[in-house]
Write a protein that binds this ligand. Sequence first.
Ligand code: GMT
Length: 376
Amino acid sequence: MKIAIVCYPTFGGSGVMATELGMSLVDHGHEVHFIAYKKPVRLSDVNENLYFHKVNVPDYPLFSFVPYELALSTKLVGVVKQYSIDVLHVHYAIPHAYAAYMAKKMLKEQSINIPIVTTLHGTDITLVGNHPSYKTAVTFSINKSDIVTCVSKSLKEDTLNQFEIKKEIKVIPNFIDINKYIIQQDLCVVENPIPSEKFIVSHVSNFRPVKNIFNVIKVFYNIQKEIDCKLLMIGEGPEKIKAEKMCNDLGISHLVEFLGNTNQVEKNLCHSDLFLLPSSTESFGLAALEAMASKVAVISSNAGGLPEINIDGKTGYVCDFNDINSMTNKGISILNDKKTLELFKENAFNKARDYDINKIVPLYEKTYSEAVKITK
Ligand code: GMT
């Protein structure tokens, strides 16, 4: 099949998922065309079956805001025609589903029927999409997609509760390549045969307000009073500077490393013991899944889809959002008991296996075939 994928090219989960999906589809024999304003960060080299098409958005003195949707829909029409694309898969509703619908209408004028699959990722529904400035257009473009998927049961419920959706929504969860993590585990042992005595606590995100990184630091601050440990903060984002200052004010800067963005999160996580994700909103929590695949126990909030992957009392603990005391006590209890820690790490890894790429990508392939059938 020839599949065009529209996504955000950044380190956010939706872009990462879209890119990993596209690269895997190429391995399955498909031809994939990525369309974005920049080459996606996880996209390795392009080849004869893997293309990247940049959306150029020319500026003009009259524009206070450049019309990205216009440039994107124009690009979509061009790529679909030039490469005889079979299906258009857009990740993140805003503005991708809207631009895809415009492209579909323009192509229809030229007697080309292109099916649209829209995948909802989270904040496009729970935060941004809900804003009165966007809600009508988001509802419209979801309803106009041929097939709609979302990444967790919780996001499906949120979408149906908050928007007037007339379409069925399929849940296809986020995924990881478990083999990559198994290989990395072995490499980690070779690189570091005698692990340090200190426990390692970690957090990965884009440091946006929804990630609640100040609670990560507060929980770590409490834990380090009782347990010899350090904190790895992986990612970049708007709250980083404040978080660094907070560590400084609390006198724990020497225990906290801010590592920036990485394309090899599995390398940074492989010596970790505990992963903290206290988000206020989290449709799925890809970062938690990546930690679990790295054999790391998770303490998360109960937001959105997190309890679907982090099983309370088994792979870690699920606490009420903002319940710093509970997160602290549970963190200390895991790290203080070697047997529980090892059991939780093993359980986390086994749970992550349910989300292996080889189980999830075929669900998208099936969805594409259905979409093509619907529009025939
Ligand atoms: O987490 C973010 O802020 C980035 C965002 C995105 O769309 O790039 O992530 C969302 O999509 C991911 C992939 O489906 C999910 O794993 C994240 O849970 C979701 N983030 C939120 O709902 C806050």
